[in-house]
Ligand binder design. Sequence first.
Ligand SMILES: Cc1cc2nc3c(=O)[nH]c(=O)nc-3n(C[C@H](O)[C@H](O)[C@H](O)COP(=O)(O)OP(=O)(O)OC[C@H]3O[C@@H](n4cnc5c(N)ncnc54)[C@H](O)[C@@H]3O)c2cc1C
Length: 449
Amino acid sequence: MLDCAIIGAGLAGLVAAQYLVDRGLKVVVLEGRDRVGGRVENRVLSDGGYVELGGQWIGPGFAALTEIIDDLGLTTIGLPAKGNLVVRLRGQALEVPSSDEAPTLTPFEVSDLGQGLLRLRRLAERLRDDPAWRKSNGAWLGQDLRRWVSTNLRTQGAQRRFAEVYAAAFGPMPKGATLLEGLHQVNSGPDLETMLASNGGLHQKRVDGGMATVATALADRLGDVVRLNAEAVKVAYSDRSATVTLADGEEIEAKQVISTLPPQLAVAMEYDPPLPAWRKEAADKVAPGNVIKAFLIYDHPFWRDRGFSGQSSADQGAVRVTFDTTADNSNRGHLMGFFEGADADSLSRRSVSLRERAFVDSVVRTFGQTAAKPVAYIERNWSSEKFTGGCHGAHFSPGVWTTNGPILAEPEGVLHWAGAEYSTRFNGYMEGAVRSGREVAAAVARDLA
Ligand SMILES: Cc1cc2nc3c(=O)[nH]c(=O)nc-3n(C[C@H](O)[C@H](O)[C@H](O)COP(=O)(O)OP(=O)(O)OC[C@H]3O[C@@H](n4cnc5c(N)ncnc54)[C@H](O)[C@@H]3O)c2cc1C
């Protein structure tokens, strides 16, 4: 019998497997897709360049992931081009020096935003450090996050910028999100203040060759421990062992199982005995975000000719943020953007060519007519992927994190749960996936000892 069967060969699954293999344990990684990496994936282009369809950016504090990248001998690179940022507000495109923080705002608005972020951070710290304060302020902490923002930031410019920074860090603010949930996000995610710096913050570094090379290098080390096209459909478990059934009927027995599927996919599998009702209810309420990551490929990075970095942000349009993600080995220019939230919801039901037109239209409004003729359009709609079902990560519905979140990660006997959504730090990010994979593998190794 195997020591551990790991379901999913994303970052969490691969890191967990490496941890256990390094300790001499017998492990298999069962991956439903015909590739490893999960929400990390490269698409190689005809000219030898590539685009990264999923997780890409490494931010400050991504220590566990950086350690793995270094250990694999891979290198990281910054944003390809220095240059000015373009911000489109109320229909007007403004060029902003890249060193200028919170550039679109008047000095009064900058100060307002700074005060607001500081207040939010102090509250988040208090929430973390002072359980008695949290208890006695329960009702106040349950107030609508948007309402807190509108009463604590006095200027519209600062409120708008706050929403942009918040969305870039954690995804669009869900309707009905409470202040408590916002503070939890602040405590578990990247530093909002750092993200205000246009050339710093979350979107700072990427792996040369793409993050997918991390996943393939980890899988190469693991060799035939990783099995592709091995979709798990059922887990039968007792106090002492578990049997994972694959879609083709094969049964794999192991002393312990680690599922690294996002919560909604994890509970959708068949279990014998069935999972406790609370776990299904909690996971069902975890609505995965909806983001379509898209690229416009140009015959050369025209924005650089004009001193632009390719980074832009806008308050209107289908695609509101762009980045230059041109691969170093390509002569072409790659502009990456996201369809997010309601735009992604409605546009995901339309044709690919309509989404391409919507992206081009947004970019033309920001960079001018030179952007009107890309040579290619590439996208990945993760919500329609059977083995992912949404992205970037899950956004917990009101009350779900606070009531059920911490226990979602609790093992069910020999059944363990790992992945970006279960991590208490960097929840939803690659760093969260790596940390969770390692921590859960360590718990499994302890149980097996
Ligand atoms: C568009 C996009 C952009 C992102 N950008 C960033 C970023 O810039 N920075 C960042 O830090 N994070 C980013 N993320 C998030 C990051 O990619 C994820 O948090 C991380 O990759 C999740 O890793 P994981 O191992 O937890 O889950 P996954 O990568 O989802 O791994 C789960 C694995 O399980 C497999 N699987 C599913 N069902 C089954 C089954 N039944 N049987 C067997 N296998 C199964 C899947 O195929 C997958 O390989 C982004 C995500 C997306 C989608």
